[in-house]
Design a protein around this ligand. Structure first.
Ligand code: ADP
Ligand code: GLC
Length: 487
């Protein structure tokens, strides 16, 4: 099948979170299953055509993409993803995409991604490459099924093209004022109150994606169920319930060519399940970098995260007095809301021998923390899948998580499993989204850290797990066929 995979971020070109990891690896596994895959993304400032050997696509030429009645130029670049050789196309327009960050709060954020989506459709028309399936991701690409069925339905090319929408995070919906629909030049009937594009008085891109796609999935089985509840559906639970027959959960995989302690290009010491000595060396290296003293009896707790409320930082804040009484050291890497950036910067400033904070985005450091920390903390309020806890398992860094979404599907609580009569646990989890529950889980982990036979068993249980993409990619393949049979 021909699959057009469209994403607003793709590793290694541009990344703010896990979507980029998924978009950078899933397509190559889908291709291995015999599909013809082309990836599409915007050409942000960070996408250097020389570094990535990109070429201007003459065959497409300059596109004039209409947004809100005005034609905007799009120039298309083509490359092959490093290491995997998947075709990737970039939509170039400096006005829209050379901004200070991938996502903005600028007045024309809606316009940027309307332009992107239309440019992708028009590129495909000019390439004369008829996709069987559009695989779209999150709100930034969610208008595509509506656009091909309405705005571009004069082109019979898309008559049998189906869409699979993957929801990576229902917390971000692309909700804009009514002008967004005018900019997209969408039939007013579609955004009238109660129409498929309207939600609570706003234009909602994700809602349109949910209603116009043939199949929908999210990135773990538990989150697929949670999405239908008021607590997790972020207001779209009824819309999703309406499509529940076409809604699936497929757990993300991991690209072990990038995230593997035996080969990781970003860590100084490689190690494996059978020889963990390199892990200890990475810990020493990391602590030295952090300006903290190494003590083999003190566990090092790591956090790598977008600093947003989704990730559980309000309960970490509340639990801090309790957490800081534990004999442990902390390394925290993240950026996001200034409230949390300040909190962790101040914490490190007040306790420099105990806490080190790095505010910003730093890929190499993210790898080093996975390798050097003993425990990884991820107490999310909600987590569609979560990749860092899966990386942690492979790096022998024991995850402590809240039991929700993909965290619930990948982390098995050591004590809970013991009570069930098995020693298969690979981490610690807690149910209640409460500071005390979080602190209790961290204390359980720290206690077991001192019991080496138990700790080594937990580490091994995690490192043995295999979350490579093969299994999940074949589930996507089935979903493509399912979607395709509907049009
Ligand atoms: P989300 O997509 O919600 O942010 P995931 O766990 O799925 O959560 O993926 C987060 C990805 O982003 C991981 O690959 C993680 O290493 C990376 N990441 C998050 N924050 C940073 C940061 N400050 N520096 C480097 N990498 C980061
Ligand atoms: C989102 C989710 C995260 C998921 C990632 C990739 O950003 O917050 O849980 O792992 O997308 O699917």
């Amino acid at each position: 099948m021909k699959i057009a995979f469209v994403s607003s971020e793709v590793v290694p070109y541009a990344k703010t979170g896990g979507l980029a990891d998924v978009a950078g690896s899933l397509p190559k596994f889908v291709r291995k299953l015999g599909n013809d895959v082309k990836v599409f993304m915007p050409k942000y400032y960070s996408v250097d055509e020389f570094k990535y050997h990109l070429n201007y696509v003459d065959l497409v030429g300059e596109l004039k993409v209409r947004v809100g009645g005005f034609p905007h130029s799009a120039w298309i670049y083509h490359g092959k993803t490093p290491g995997s050789d998947v075709d990737i196309y970039f939509v170039h327009n400096p006005h829209f995409f050379h901004r200070h960050s991938i996502y903005t709060n600028d007045w024309d954020e809606d316009e940027r991604f309307i332009f992107f989506q239309k440019a992708v459709i028009e590129t495909i028309q000019r390439l004369g490459w008829k996709p069987d399936v559009f695989h779209i991701n999150d709100w930034q690409t969610s208008l595509i099924p509506l656009l091909i069925k309405k705005n571009y339905n004069w082109d019979r090319m898309f008559d049998h093209t189906s869409t699979v929408l993957t929801i990576h995070n229902v917390g971000y919906q692309g909700a804009f004022g009514m002008q967004a629909a005018e900019r997209a030049e969408i039939d007013p009937k579609l955004y009238a109150p109660g129409g498929p594009l309207e939600h609570n008085g706003a234009v909602n891109f994700l809602k349109a994606g949910i209603l116009f796609s043939e199949s929908i999935n999210t990135v773990s089985e538990t989150y697929a169920k949670e999405l239908l509840t008021q607590e997790y559906g972020a207001g779209l639970e009824n819309v999703l319930a309406y499509r529940s027959a076409d809604l699936f959960g497929i757990l993300n995989g991991v690209d072990y060519s990038i995230w593997n302690p035996e080969t990781d290009a970003h860590i100084p010491y490689h190690y494996s399940m059978n020889n963990l000595s390199g892990k200890l060396e990475n810990k020493k290296f990391l602590l030295e970098k952090a300006g903290m003293h190494f003590d083999p009896d003190v566990p090092l707790i790591g956090i790598v995260s977008r600093l947003v409320s989704q990730k559980g930082f309000d309960i970490i804040e509340e639990a801090l007095p309790d957490l800081m009484r534990i004999n442990a050291q902390w390394v925290i890497l993240g950026s996001g809301e200034s409230r949390y950036e300040n909190l962790f910067s101040e914490l490190a400033g007040n306790m420099p021998s105990k806490v080190w904070t790095y505010i910003g985005y730093n890929n190499a450091l993210a790898h080093l923390i996975e390798a050097g920390a003993d425990i990884f903390l991820m107490p999310s309020r909600y987590e569609p899948c979560g990749l860092n806890q899966i990386y942690s398992l492979k790096y022998g860094t024991v995850p402590v998580v809240r039991k929700t979404g993909g965290l619930a599907d990948t982390v098995q609580d050591w004590n809970e499993y013991n009570a069930l009569g098995t020693d298969a646990g690979n981490g610690y989890s807690f149910n209640d989204y409460k500071a005390y529950a979080l602190a209790h889980a961290v204390k359980r982990a720290v206690n077991d850290f001192h019991n080496k036979p138990v700790w080594n068993k937990i580490i091994r249980n995690g490192m043995m797990k295999n979350y490579s993409w093969e299994k999940s990619a074949s589930k996507y393949n089935l979903l493509y066929h399912k979607a395709n049979s509907k049009r």
